[in-house]
Write a protein that binds this ligand. Sequence first.
Ligand code: PEP
Ligand code: CO
Length: 454
Amino acid sequence: MTTRPAAWEPTSWRGFPALQQPDWPDEADLDRAIKQIAGYPPLVFAGEARSLQASLAQVSAGNAFLLQAGDCAESFEDFSADSIREKLRVILQMAVVLTYSMGVPVVKVGRMAGQFAKPRSNPTERIGDADIPSFRGHIVNDAAPTAAARVASPDRLVQAYHQSASTLNLLRAFTKGGFAALDRVHAWTQEFVSSSPEGRRYEQLATDIERALAFMRACGMDTESNPNLREVDVFTSHEALLLGYEEALTRRDSLTGAWYDCSAHMLWIGERTRDLEGAHVEFLRGVANPIGCKVGPSTTVDEVLGLCEVLNPARIPGRLTLISRMGVDRVESGLRPLLRAVTDAGHPVVWACDPMHGNTYSAPNGRKTRHFDAIMGEIQGFVLAHRAEGTWPGGIHVELTGENVTECLGGADALSDDDLDHRYETVCDPRLNGRQGLELAFRTAELVETHRMG
Ligand code: PEP
Ligand code: CO
């Protein structure tokens, strides 16, 4: 077990081994960019992070469900009001499906407004007969397969801050300004979705909701100005990978005196950086935001208990979300011992299922992909493991876009290997398209409902 000092500073992580940090060519240039960001305003406020934590506490108690969704990696190039709006639309649609079918509040968290940095399995990539640095997300370098494009540039940290700020600004405008009002539930459907079977199923549900709203109005309730029906909270999150960037946005809350990482409401630790002795665990243990940690198939009971102890020693409900990403074949056997151990130790965590990262493979044409059946299969295994252990399958963590892309196979459209090249636009991992996302929400709601009835 770690012998770490009780004291914590935003810089403490610097005394620990930090994996997955880029090779910055010029330290002075990096310092300049980090100092610039440290002087900028925070992107989120501590009170908002506390409000998310309170909602997640409801998830950990089995009274709410978490939907965490968005890009694998946000792009500097595909950055527009349209792409933000389309992503929000599918998240709102999925949330409505889950809320209506399961009858519990859905906590909505985007992999948005800061999800730029990518951990890599290999630091270099073979292109022709040269090894060049791997692409690490637009916050670090460019994806083009040349050595020059892959040089890490600190100016990109500053650009990522600004893009996060404008994405968050638009998200706030859409979610508080009327776009997300429940009486617009029909308007969230996109054309390419509305003609599909899941689109028609959604239309039926939207009509039911409209009738319910009309009924409430007829009973004298004011549905026009009730903020619960007019506005939604969509929180932001990303993997806290580049610790210099996160440190620069870590500020002391004037109300409570606690440190918050104000780059997003929620931050998570990735599968490759969850070492108990490492810098990422050290950094995140000290910020008061709700945090997540991925747990993959190699996670042992001792490791998961160690993570709970270090990241949430006070056992605050909603503070820690464990995001399992086992792969469809290992989810039940891998997860059950962890569920049992964490429950027996009395740690009030949120359990979420990332059904994407354990099910990635390369198609014959070399494209990275995932099959919808494996994704659904992992969610089913996740729900079954919880049923067997008597715990609450608290949520899902998925990679998606609102666009009609062809990156994941299967789904009602039955996308096949041949379709992959048609619209393969992700800068990193393959994402569900709008229709696949909606179908996943319907099927997840059914699985969880069966769990609750069972
Ligand atoms: C991700 O969420 O994009 C990711 C890299 O996941 P993991 O750390 O689980 O591999
Ligand atoms: Co990913």
